[in-house]
Design a protein. Structure first.
Length: 523
């Protein structure tokens, strides 16, 4: 028997190879599927962590905004880092204005970071703080036009914008270097430097009750309960220790009833002319008047800088009445490093009888706000003019009728007025008044004519009123020149001075100007 050798057919080997390849492909696909599934799970987790980190970053922005806008935090104008749970927040100045802050918030979760950058800034100042002259006519009663006049070297000049919620009338060669807006007509303008805007929309004055100055955070309050430690019977005022930031104010030694008796004794007027508000003077008794100088220095402590000073009563800016009888002295605020800045809010009337100056006109700043004391705007003699009642008590020759030199005022139709002028000034002007000035009621002239001399008005800042601007300057053929140089620093940065009313509709003083997600590396 012959045995044959068996040989495998070539296609049988090929089938095995194909089977092995198929198994390898299936295994590879299975492993690939497992790998893809694993990567998908990781990516899902990374995405979830990044999303949670984004939530944390958003929370950091919200917390920083709350800190700045609601809690009125004013940290150092440099890079500041705050740490919350899973969040690191950096706050820094956005530019050199000091008005805008850049907030960078980084949230972390599961090793993933998300970063958001937002720019937060204060709202602009109310438009009245962007005008050289503003008259709001808030009572809405028809009044005479806002008047500018004079000619030649005696003409009125305003270097800034003007607004009036009534007509504006120009006489002579009066000029405005800026825009002139009026809700009514603008007539008589002969120059070519102003941009006229008659029929302009009404700009309502700010509601000072919303500011709540009496409870302003960290305010320096001046009232009858303040720490009046000492007194001078010679000059009739009370003073504080110089370590108190409020020592720059002095208070009448006498009660309103005593003032009324003095007034009646010296003038024969009715004894019921009792001042409705206590009277205070702006003057630093701790600073001596330099020999040969007409300037009274005022020193603000570091602890009292960049603050709101709330005065519950009338404020007199007339330093000479306490230690000089000439009536020519002016005030000058000394400059601190970085500038001396304060806002004086007066719940009563303000009487400006002398100049107000600053040592550094670039860094220093002052705002004076006169607010009503709760009385309604009641015009008892139907002239839409809320007078202070009895004028300052003086003899016919212009000297004070009261031996101690203090001044009084009687019942009035309203408060929240600023009066500019001084009967004791003689022929000297009031010097320069460097301040932003807002009267919630009226801004008026107190005495621009005395001893036969005309007192010109010179202001670096602005002169504004929620109701009427009535600085009467024409006395027969003579005209008291009005010159206003608007200071635009509040227009550039509403937070340049504390406590300035803002222009807003949403009830918040800050808003977010930009918001962006900053790319970060995936870990």
């Amino acid at each position: 028997m012959t045995l044959k050798t068996a040989y495998a057919k070539p296609r049988e080997g090929s089938a095995l190879l194909v089977a092995i390849i198929i198994l390898m492909v299936v295994f590879g696909l299975a492993m690939g599927y497992v790998s893809v599934s694993r990567v998908t799970v990781i990516e899902a987790r990374v995405h979830s962590d990044a999303k949670q980190a984004l939530y944390y970053a958003e929370m950091g922005i919200e917390e920083a905004y709350k800190l700045i806008a609601i809690e009125k935090w004013d940290g150092p104008h440099a890079t500041t880092t705050l740490d919350f749970d899973n969040v690191s927040v950096t706050i820094e100045d956005f530019d050199d204005s000091g008005m805008y802050r850049r907030i960078t918030s980084t949230g972390t979760h599961g090793g993933q970071d998300s970063r958001i950058e937002a720019v937060v800034g204060g709202l602009p100042a109310h438009p009245l703080f962007t005008k050289g002259i503003f008259a709001g006519n808030k009572t809405g009663i028809a009044v005479d036009p806002l008047l500018f006049g004079g000619s030649g070297s005696r003409r009125d000049e305003v270097y800034g914008d003007v607004y009036s919620n009534t007509d504006i009338e120009f006489e002579g060669a009066a000029n405005v270097f800026g825009s002139v807006w009026a809700t009514g007509d603008i007539t008589g303008y002969t120059g070519d430097d102003a941009e006229l805007g008659p029929g302009h929309d009404e700009i309502p004055p700010p509601d000072l009750s919303e500011m709540d100055y009496e409870n302003w955070p960290d305010a320096v309050v001046v009232n009858e309960e303040s720490n009046w430690s000492w007194w001078s019977s010679t000059h009739g005022y009370r003073i504080m220790d110089t370590t108190d930031p409020a020592h720059i104010f002095q208070k009448d030694l006498y009660s309103p009833e005593q003032l009324a008796e003095e007034y009646a004794d010296h003038t024969g007027g009715p004894a019921d002319h009792v001042p409705q508000n206590p009277n205070y003077w702006l003057q630093d008794w701790g600073e001596n008047l330099a020999y040969g100088s007409w300037v009274h220095p005022i020193s603000i402590a570091e602890s009292g800088n960049n603050k709101v000073y709330f005065v519950d009563g009338n404020l007199w800016i007339d330093p000479s009445r306490s230690n000089r009888s000439d009536g020519y002295s002016d005030l000058r605020f000394k400059s601190l490093p970085g500038g001396t800045r304060l806002t004086i809010v007066v719940k009563g009337n303000v009487y400006i009888g002398d100049g107000i100056m600053t040592e550094n006109n670039e860094l220093d700043g002052l705002a004076i706000i006169a607010m009503v004391d709760g009385e309604t705007f009641t015009d008892v003699d139907d002239d839409n003019w809320y007078t202070p009642g009895v004028d300052v008590a003086h003899k016919e020759d212009g000297t004070s009728v009261i031996d101690s030199g203090y001044m009084i005022n009687g019942p009035r139709e309203g408060s929240g007025n600023i009066y500019y002028g001084d009967q004791l000034k003689g022929g000297s002007p009031l010097a320069d008044c460097r301040a932003y000035m807002y009267a919630e009621n009226n801004y008026g002239a107190h005495a621009l004519l005395s001893h036969g001399y005309i007192h010109d008005v010179l202001v670096h800042g602005n002169m504004t009123a929620g109701n009427l601007f009535r600085v009467e300057r024409d006395y027969g053929w003579r005209h008291a020149r009005l010159t206003v140089h608007y200071d635009d620093r509040l227009a550039q940065n509403a937070d340049f001075l504390p406590g300035i009313p803002k222009w807003h509709d949403a009830g918040t003083a800050y808003k977010i100007y930009s918001w962006r997600l900053v790319p970060t590396l995936i870990n």
